[in-house]
Design a binder for this molecule. Structure first.
Ligand SMILES: C[S@@+](CC[C@H](N)C(=O)[O-])C[C@H]1O[C@@H](n2cnc3c(N)ncnc32)[C@H](O)[C@@H]1O
Length: 222
């Protein structure tokens, strides 16, 4: 599918899919949305010194990069698994402006490294931050009781309804550790009910600019 780099309202880039008229991030601001949904409502909630994170849709690597920066500040060790079936190319990654927009010039090589490292292998990107990128479809995830935090960042249900179902949330629930937390930008009632159906406790939280709400789901198994 054709992909184009585009600038969102906060100045940060995203990828646009003209065939679907869909974007990888909110047009109100890619960095703004990622910081709100995945860092403030997700990573910031975790209080353990070591965290295992699963990202549903590695894409531009923005969520991974923000997590890496935050983890270094808070001295948290992270095992990050990014699942992605249609990887961004090196040429596309080179056009993303996250390093300049975040004003972290010294981290350009680190951002490049997120994209450069091989798939299906674990890499220590910086001290205490391990990344494994898996080229895989979400439905093929088989992890059990592993992840403390899930960044659920699939395309919207209008284009990929199969990714917002009971079946996919069962896979997530199974993959998550006890008290694990899943965050997503989505706030649809049908998605919330699908999460509840598989056993998650679900909260509706205030959304990023341009969106009233988002969802956070916690696994409390018996
Ligand atoms: C909304 S984008 C978000 C990407 C990423 N989190 C970011 O910040 O750039 C969704 C991502 O899911 C990937 N994707 C879509 N369907 C998939 C599937 N069935 N299995 C694995 N990856 C998929 C897309 O290629 C895209 O990178």
């Amino acid at each position: 599918m054709k992909r184009e780099i585009k600038i969102t309202a906060d100045g940060s880039s995203t990828i646009h899919l003209p065939d679907w008229n869909e974007n990888y991030h909110s047009t109100h601001g890619a960095i703004q949305e990622a910081n709100h949904v995945f860092i403030d409502k997700g990573f910031s909630v975790v209080s353990t010194p070591e965290v295992s994170i699963l990202e549903i849709g590695f894409g531009t690597g923005l969520n991974c990069f923000l997590t890496l920066l935050e983890a270094a500040k808070r001295e948290i060790s992270v095992n990050y698994v990014g699942v992605e079936a249609f990887p961004v190319t090196t040429e596309e990654a080179a056009k993303l402006n996250y390093v300049s927009e975040l004003d972290v010039a010294g981290k350009q090589s680190v951002f490049n490294e997120l994209h450069r490292v091989s798939w299906e292998e674990n890499h220590e990107i910086q001290t205490g931050f391990f990344l494994e990128k898996r080229k895989q479809f979400f439905k093929d995830i088989t992890a059990v009781n592993q992840f403390d935090l899930v960044y659920f960042d699939a395309f919207g249900a209008a284009h990929q309804p199969e990714l917002w179902t009971i079946a996919i949330f069962k896979t997530m629930y199974k993959a998550m550790a006890e008290n694990g937390v899943l965050v997503t930008y989505c706030a649809k009632g049908s998605v919330r009910r699908a999460m509840q159906e598989v056993g998650f406790e679900v909260e509706r939280l205030d959304g990023p600019p341009g969106k009233r709400e988002m969802l956070r789901a916690t696994k409390h198994s018996a």
